[in-house]
Design a protein around this ligand. Sequence first.
Ligand code: NAP
Length: 259
Amino acid sequence: MNFKRLGNTGVLVPEIGLGTWNYKGGVKPLRAGIELGALLIDTAEGYYTEDIVGEAVLPFRDEVIIATKVSGRNLAHDSVLRSCETSLRKLRTDCIDLYQIHWPNPVYPIDKTMSAIEKLVDRGCVSYVGVSNFSVEQIEEAQHYFPNYPIVSNQVLYNLNSRDIEKDLLPYCCDNNITVMAYTPLDFGRLCRLDSGVLSIIAAETGKTEAQVALNWCVCRENVIAIPKADSVAKTVENCGASGWRLSAEQLRRLDKAF
Ligand SMILES: NC(=O)c1ccc[n+]([C@@H]2O[C@H](COP(=O)([O-])OP(=O)(O)OC[C@H]3O[C@@H](n4cnc5c(N)ncnc54)[C@H](OP(=O)(O)O)[C@@H]3O)[C@@H](O)[C@H]2O)c1
């Protein structure tokens, strides 16, 4: 497994983490991923998977980065504090490694949200802070009201079929040391199917699977890590095999052109 720096911190994160939205696999696939170096697990209060993540991580707590999220509907100051407390309990930990704002929500003034999150960092309940589904302007505004700590990550939709972030957001995050966590990196599994043209040809050339090629394409970008979700041990092992090697520049060009 290759690792990258989380934002501008000294913390290393695996370029393939484990997603848990709609996750129904129990502890085994998560532990299989952890054993292969996928030492970042993404969850959210809104996924109802914090319990299983907490259980899976328990024996490896010091090695694994737990990334969870406060929902967009809970961004009022006191709601953030309450949400964090509940997440800590469900995750069976006393500190969330990466706490992310799941969605921006203009109903709640961002200054109040960020002030609550600052309290959580000051109290030691949260180590690092990230956002999700934020535009460049929204990151800048959130950072403005959170001057004492950096926003280290932005979790956004990114896969071969969804490349909107390449225009502004990805270069901005790269220039500002913000890790991009690519969600839905397999396009809900669509990129894993055979007969998808160039993807299958490159899978055959590299001796990898389509899923591995699609994930490797994501993490070839300098500051991008990917968090595929898989319910089985076999698929989790396959996805972890997307790291530790690189597509060639020529293969990347063919994929970029085809999608
Ligand atoms: N921040 C946000 O707003 C947001 C939004 C969406 C997702 N996310 C995060 O990103 C994670 C991943 O995104 P996602 O779950 O939407 O989609 P995804 O990871 O692109 O795709 C998941 C689907 O692909 C299948 N799959 C996984 N590995 C496979 C493989 N090697 N071969 C064949 N099929 C495979 C899974 O099958 P099975 O699981 O059925 O085995 C599942 O049906 C989420 O779990 C969540 O943590 C965040």
